[in-house]
Design a protein around this ligand. Structure first.
Ligand SMILES: [Zn+2]
Length: 145
C-alpha cells in the first residue's frame, strides 16, 4: 500500500508537493472500503476516460464505467475544501495562489467535460470520509437510485 497521506514524513510531503497525482492514498482506500461495504465492489481505479475525440481526459480516483459514474476523493489542502478553509502557505504566496487556482480551474473543467460525455461526477472531501455512512455515499453518488 502506498502511503501518500500528507502528514509527518518529509518524503510524503515532498511527494504530495510534486503534484496531487498520488494514487491509493489513505482517503481513497477508505472510500473504496465504504463502497464495498455499501455493496458496490465493482469500481475501477484510475480508469482512463477519453473525450469524444478519443483524447485523454482524465483518470478519476474511482469509476463505475458501466454506470458512467466518476468519484473524486479530494484532498482538502490541494483542492481548497470550503469546509476546512485551510490556510495557504505563507511563503511564496503567489506561487501557491496560482497553483491552487489552477487546481480549481482544472477540477471545474474536468467536471464539465465529464458531464458533457454523459458521466455523473461525485466529489468526496477528505474531511467528510470518516463521518460518511456507506449507504449515504451510495445514495448521494447515484449508485442507489
Ligand atoms: Zn475539508
Amino acid at each position: 500500500m502506498a502511503s501518500n497521506f500528507p502528514s509527518a514524513s518529509s518524503a510524503a510531503v515532498r511527494k504530495s508537493m510534486q503534484g496531487n497525482k498520488s494514487k491509493n492514498t489513505i482517503p481513497e482506500l477508505k472510500v473504496r472500503r465504504k463502497l464495498r461495504m455499501a455493496g458496490f465492489p465493482g469500481y475501477r481505479l484510475h480508469w482512463r476516460i477519453n473525450d469524444s475525440g478519443g483524447r485523454y481526459l482524465c483518470r478519476p480516483d474511482i469509476s463505475y464505467p458501466g454506470r458512467k459514474l466518476a468519484i473524486f476523493v479530494h484532498g482538502c489542502f490541494w483542492h481548497r475544501c470550503p469546509t476546512c478553509n485551510l490556510p495557504e502557505p505563507v511563503n511564496n504566496g503567489g506561487y501557491w495562489r496560482e497553483k491552487f487556482d489552477r487546481n480549481l480551474k482544472r477540477d471545474i473543467e474536468k467536471d464539465d467535460l465529464l458531464n458533457q460525455l454523459g458521466w455523473k461526477t461525485f466529489v468526496i472531501w477528505e474531511c467528510q470520509i470518516d463521518a460518511l455512512d456507506p449507504l449515504k455515499i451510495a445514495t448521494e453518488s447515484g449508485l442507489i437510485c
